[in-house]
Design a binder for this molecule. Sequence first.
Ligand code: ZN
Length: 244
Amino acid sequence: MNRVVRPNRRALLSSALVGTVAALAGCSSTEAQTPTTSASPEAPPTTPKAALERLMEGNQRWAQGDPQAPNRDPARRQAVAQEQKPFAAVLSCIDSRVPPELIFDVGLGDLFVTRTGGEAVGPVVTGSVEFGPLTSGTPLIVVLGHQRCGAIKAAYASLHDGETLPGNLPEVVTALQPAYEQVAAAEGNDPIDAMIRAQIELAANGLRSSPDLGPLVAKQDLAIVGAYYSLDTGAVEVLSGAPS
Ligand SMILES: [Zn+2]
């Protein structure tokens, strides 16, 4: 074998292209330099109000069946490969029908997403949600619960009927117990949906009272919004914490 290793022309060309895109994206000080080939050249919002508006506009497109699916092309992948600056953090459920990037019609590098069963929180989860706001000034956190949440339903059944769940699921149930206790006494028509909404508010309030996030909220540098997603309509309803 007397093989000469030669740079492949196609590889050279594509690496030059990659270099150009990376150079465009590398200048983080100016948001206007998003590659023009990206589906969404819009600059990311930097205030809580603008961030929520961006998400709700995207959700409206999603709910109407007219998503733009922005920021999902190879140019965007390259643009955020070295550095990310998501404009919102979302704490949502593991449910397969509630993927935040789809339902808010955003793309790669737009969101920090933390997902647990029923938005159950604990120190590791809270730390993960805090990551964006505390390290890179992410202006918005959305706690997103949803209609017919299986995790909430299972937790309700476990606590109401004394069902024992397998594996580590009882840890999730324990984390959701405060929401159960809030609705158990009320005995309303739809205790599962009431528990879903209670959990959204409890998780959002817990984050708002964090000694690290609270001051950012007070200064209006950060908004922590509670929101509910309808599986039937695809629409997100803001429950609390919308920035003025
Ligand atoms: Zn769920």
